[in-house]
Design a protein around this ligand. Structure first.
Ligand code: ADP
Ligand code: AMP
Length: 217
């Protein structure tokens, strides 16, 4: 099952992709995570990515398409994948369609998490993750069960993304409006686009997504 989760920064794509990954046994492919790994490794791509991400802008389409094309051909994607953060432009969406057709597959579900723009800054500025296992949390909306201790691995160190500050968030939202939102009509025309209310509780959003993925939504 090949799935795309769409929505602006902070819509809940990563949170939900992690849950679907566990439920359906297919990997979350987050291009943002891949770029952050490149930044940590200090590679040439990583150095460029750092500048682009800090500015809240988008990386070049060709590079991102190549990154995903390499990734989806790995063994763990044999049963499918959940794309989170890709495609982010119409050119990426077109390249994805072309690549999947070439690989003898296609998209099964494209789902937009619909959220009010006012909620996004609060969600992003309050976002943090476990420094060891990467589990995602929020200062108000998704606290660990025991304060300061990761629910999943017990670690006590957490990290925040350098681009999760109010100024960069505004630039990222602008990039979403100008460059990513035009993907929605692209998929709508293909009659593959579905929507879920991303303003609902995290558990409720998961329930709605599963209804769609199980063929009932
Ligand atoms: P995205 O991957 O779309 O950028 P995330 O999944 O990282 O977004 O979510 C951004 C922040 O908002 C995280 O801290 C997460 O805990 C929180 N969050 C996600 N979904 C919801 C929701 N439905 N209600 C409230 N907070 C949410
Ligand atoms: P994310 O983790 O999805 O919020 O992405 C973080 C940042 O990585 C974005 O603000 C972009 O700078 C960059 N990025 C991630 N995915 C893409 C993509 N598909 N195309 C271009 N840039 C991307």
């Amino acid at each position: 099952m090949n799935i795309i989760l769409l929505g602006p920064p902070g819509a809940g794509k990563g949170t939900q992709a992690k849950r679907l990954e566990d439920a359906y046994g297919i990997p979350q492919l987050s291009t943002g995570d891949m770029l952050r790994e490149a930044v940590t490794s200090g590679s040439e791509i990583g150095q460029k990515a750092k500048q682009v991400m800090d500015a809240g802008e988008l990386m070049p389409d060709g590079l991102m398409v190549k990154m995903i094309e390499d990734r989806i051909q790995q063994k763990d994607c044999a049963k499918g994948f959940i794309l989170d953060g890709f495609p982010r432009t119409v050119a990426q969406a077109e390249a994805l369609d072309e690549m999947l057709a070439r690989l003898g597959t296609g998209l099964d579900h494209v789902i937009e998490l619909k959220v009010d723009e006012e909620a996004l800054v609060e969600r992003i500025v309050g976002r943090y993750a476990c420094a060891r296992c990467g589990a995602g949390y929020h200062d108000m909306f998704q606290k660990p069960k025991v304060d300061g201790v990761c629910d999943y691995c017990g670690a006590t160190q957490f990290k925040r993304r350098p681009d999760d500050n109010e100024e960069t968030v505004r630039a990222r939202m602008e990039a979403y409006r100008d460059q990513t939102a035009p993907i929605l009509p692209y998929y709508k025309e293909k009659s593959i686009l579905k929507q879920v209310d991303g303003m609902a509780d995290i558990d409720e959003v998961t329930t709605e997504l599963k209804k769609i993925l199980n063929g009932g939504g």
